[in-house]
Design a protein. Structure first.
Length: 446
């Protein structure tokens, strides 16, 4: 595909990197010449120094021949204007990043579509949703729901107390009469493994396990995780994400939000009806103790500083908090945060990239998710009529080694995949794939 990305900020750069790795023809536009020079030195793409809202500069990028136009500059007004102009100049599909929830209301989305913006993406809103989901279950690093939760992918840290530790996948399967879950990948020492039956679970593995709501209890038991209800939550940082998380949770949880900026604290206190907003420095241990951090079930750090978020979560863990969530925007810190056991990690760039990536997949795709602690993706693909994936049992199809089929949703019924499973047309299939395997498996669904 020919893809134009308007804006070389953190989100734009990460999306550009992802698209280049998928062998798309990428053009990146920004007015910062030095930033473009650095990006150009590392990735196989074309850069244009110019304004994302300049008709002349968009024409120079040959926007009329563009399959996908992604507008992710720092300001939403620029983003929307850029996408509108691109559509008028001939771009086939346009996506604009926004930071105003009103725009996502159905009647407003239709209005923007008429203007020429096909899709709106609000990464902070999506991040808040992920955080709220993660607090519903202690003991997991990441949770991804497919088809309204009919299939669930859990990222779970395996410890020495887990009944499955040091057992192979085949041995674990023999522990149960019915197959209730599939281990689709294991992240070990910063390397992602697509496991087969002879692979063992080890201490400190991050296992990606696909199951159903009915199979969740067995997964948690096998992983040695105890059920624990979260009720008291402390949030560090009154950012847009912090505010959105509070709004989502305050009716069902006891929320305390700490914000260092006095003016922002006052505004948050006026906006959040059932959240206790405290003006103070969340890095101050005495303040956290005074506000009862030892009584908290969960601690969420979403300041603008990744280092502060990581350190604050470490501190909360030492204080006995069972569940911690950190926003880590610096990609270089993700492996560090994962290895020191911070808990759930949130990254807006990966969230935005996941949303955008599905527009580059030729097969019918209903969900794509880039994983935080792995360079792999998990996709929900729809099997086409006559596609290769429907031509036999999974065990006979010679699937790529860098791909794992986890489960199937057929007419509302879930199936945990085995070698004997046969996919039929219109099945929704949850597939775990390394970057090298995405195009291979995509072709099998066409």
């Amino acid at each position: 595909m020919r893809i134009i990305i308007a804006g070389a900020g953190e989100v734009g750069t990460h999306v550009a990197k992802m698209m280049c790795h998928a062998n798309h023809d990428v053009i990146l536009i920004d007015d910062d010449e030095e930033r473009l020079r650095q990006i150009d030195a590392h990735f196989d793409l074309m850069t244009i120094v110019g304004s994302v809202s300049s008709i002349e500069d968009l024409k120079q990028a040959n926007v009329s021949a563009c399959d996908l136009f992604i507008a992710v500059p720092p300001y939403e007004e620029l983003s929307i204007m850029s996408a509108i102009l691109a559509k008028k100049l001939g771009a086939k599909v346009t996506i604009a990043r926004i930071n105003n929830y009103e725009y996502l209301l159905p009647e407003n989305k239709e209005f923007f579509k008429q203007l020429g913006v096909d899709e709106l993406i609000y990464p902070e809103q999506l991040a808040a949703k992920e955080i709220a989901t993660s607090l519903k279950r202690v003991g997991i690093r990441q949770q991804i729901d497919f088809s309204d939760g009919k299939l669930i992918l859990y990222a779970i840290k395996i410890r020495d107390n887990a009944p499955i530790v040091n057992k192979t996948l085949a041995e674990v399967a023999e522990m149960h009469h019915t197959k209730l879950y599939n281990t689709v990948a294991i992240s070990r020492n910063a390397e992602t493994i697509i496991p087969r039956g002879n692979e063992s679970f080890r201490h400190n593995d991050l296992a990606y396990i696909l199951t159903t709501p009915e199979g969740t209890k067995q997964v948690m038991q096998d992983a040695g995780k105890e059920h624990f209800d979260v009720k008291n939550v402390m949030i560090l940082g009154g950012s847009r994400i912090g505010k959105k998380v509070s709004q989502r949770l305050e009716d069902g949880y006891n929320i305390k939000l700490i914000e260092i900026d006095r003016e922002k604290s006052t505004k948050l206190a006026d906006t959040l009806e059932h959240t206790l907003v405290i003006n103070g420095d969340g890095r101050n241990l005495e303040l956290l103790k005074d506000e009862g951090i030892k009584k908290m079930d969960a601690f969420v750090a979403v300041t603008a500083n990744s280092e502060v978020n990581i350190l604050a979560c470490q501190l909360a863990k030492k204080m006995g908090v069972r569940k911690t969530v950190a926003e880590v925007e610096n990609m270089d810190y993700i492996d560090l945060a994962e290895n020191i056991g911070i808990g759930t990690l949130i990254n807006k760039k990966l969230i935005a990239a996941s949303y955008i990536y599905r527009y580059t997949v030729k097969a019918r795709v209903s969900h794509v998710k880039c994983l935080i602690a792995s360079d792999a993706e998990v996709l929900e693909l729809v099997a086409g009529e006559g596609s290769k994936i429907t031509k036999g049992r999974l065990g006979d199809l010679k699937l790529p080694k860098d791909v794992n089929v986890g489960g199937i949703i057929r007419n509302g019924t879930t199936i945990i995949a085995t070698g004997n499973t046969q996919i039929i047309p219109n099945d929704k299939v949850v597939v775990f794939a390394m970057p090298s395997g995405i195009r291979k498996i995509e072709k099998m669904f066409l």
